[in-house]
Design a binder for this molecule. Structure first.
Ligand code: HEC
Length: 154
């Protein structure tokens, strides 16, 4: 066996071994009474866009494609979800104090305008989460209305 073959065999063996490590999946069957869209009305188109482009990492429920269960992809994804959710969880949005909620919405607008979200590594695979300028604009326009609503509670 050549050196290259040995290395390939070793890598393959490692790949097989890591498949036995499962990442905890971000799945919850709980109702989401604190969800952003329960508390702030939005046009269906905006709701759909945000759910498609952001909810996999910023909610308690991720839609997992098959390859996401293959290691090391699953670890990598799990990291993104843990991180994303810790910073902003749309399912828990109404539990945020108004000041925090307003700030999070301000950040939503900012990351969309700077095209920082959804993450590039995500849209590379999830073509349906890619946002055109018009779609980005429809979300930010709505998010600005939400900020006005948060700043002027009834
Ligand atoms: C593939 C996972 C993923 C997707 C999809 C995604 N995000 Fe994120 N998001 C993250 C991660 C990870 C972080 C935290 C790391 C960072 O700040 O760069 C984050 C951070 C953020 C932050 C900053 C929060 C803070 O308090 O700093 C905002 C705002 C945000 N995302 C909004 C969005 C919006 C809006 C969408 C959809 C248009 C979206 N994200 C889609 C993973 C994702």
């Amino acid at each position: 066996m050549s050196k290259t073959q040995k290395i390939l065999l070793l890598l393959f063996a490692i790949f097989i071994c890591i498949q036995f490590f499962h990442s905890k999946e971000n799945l919850s069957a709980q109702a989401v009474p604190n969800d952003l869209f329960v508390h702030y009305k939005a046009p269906d188109s905006v709701k759909q866009l945000v759910k498609t482009a952001c909810y996999d990492c910023h909610s308690n429920n991720t839609t997992y494609p098959w390859y996401s269960r293959v290691q090391p992809v699953a670890w990598w994804l799990s990291d993104h979800i843990t991180d994303g959710k810790r910073k902003l969880n749309f399912n828990e949005f109404s539990t945020y104090e108004l000041k925090k909620a307003d700030h999070k919405m301000e950040e939503v607008i900012e990351v969309l305008e700077k095209e920082e979200m959804p993450l590039k590594s995500y849209t590379l695979i999830h073509a349906n989460a890619r946002l055109s300028d018009a779609k980005r604009k429809s979300i930010t326009t709505w998010a600005k209305q939400v900020r006005t609503q948060i700043q002027n509670p009834l």
